[in-house]
Design a protein around this ligand. Sequence first.
Ligand code: ATP
Length: 233
Amino acid sequence: MLTVEGLSSAYGRIEVLHGVSLAVAAGEIVALVGSNGAGKTTLLRTLSGVRPATAGRIVFEGEDIHRLAAHHRVARGIAQSPEGRQVFGPLSVDDNLRLGAFRRQDGAVRERLEEIYAMFPALAERRRTPAVSLSGGQQQMLAIGRAVMSKPKLLLLDEPSLGLAPLLVDQVLRAVLDLKRDGVTVLLVEQNAAAALAIADRGYVLEVGRVVHEGAGRVLLQDPKVKAAYLGV
Ligand code: ATP
């Protein structure tokens, strides 16, 4: 579904991604792990088109999209759930979700809203509640729900476990597995490497802007170097 070749990205003159290559097959959950500042968020933002690539190719379903504007990438089937959730606090749950689908027709939006509420029952009970009043876990569900309102083929999911208690991390990761069952392909960025690799089909380890390891999720979990560097073992 997605092939990234030699992708670089920079802030001003400072390059922070140095020729990253990776691939995501349809139906997979692929985890991208690595320490603070490795470039995980920058990579997701470059894939979604919020940041420009300075070199390389991003091929999505056979089309090189690296020069396409972000909203055109959404139309192709790529959606991003940003780090830190970034829900619209004063707006209701319902309105936050609707903002994830402003390109779609009214009837389709209503239908999709009900699908999202079926996926996240805690949100269904709080349709009129301002997002700011939700718990952290509910806000994360809302951020994911908003991203998948556009019915993406590929979800770029940035740090969904950030700041959540372990029980809620489990709930969020279970929701990611539900999305996979629903046919959504997921590229998951996580600092919680153990939890991410446990649900991922495959994973990549990013270190200072470069891919340094890749493999099946379970294999990376057992890799002594990965264990020492990222799993605190
Ligand atoms: P984290 O988990 O802390 O978000 P990360 O792996 O997602 O880390 P990035 O946020 O992509 O890493 O950051 C990669 C590098 O780019 C870091 O050196 C960071 O300081 C730098 N960086 C990130 N955002 C900006 C920005 N807006 N301007 C300048 N430099 C930035």
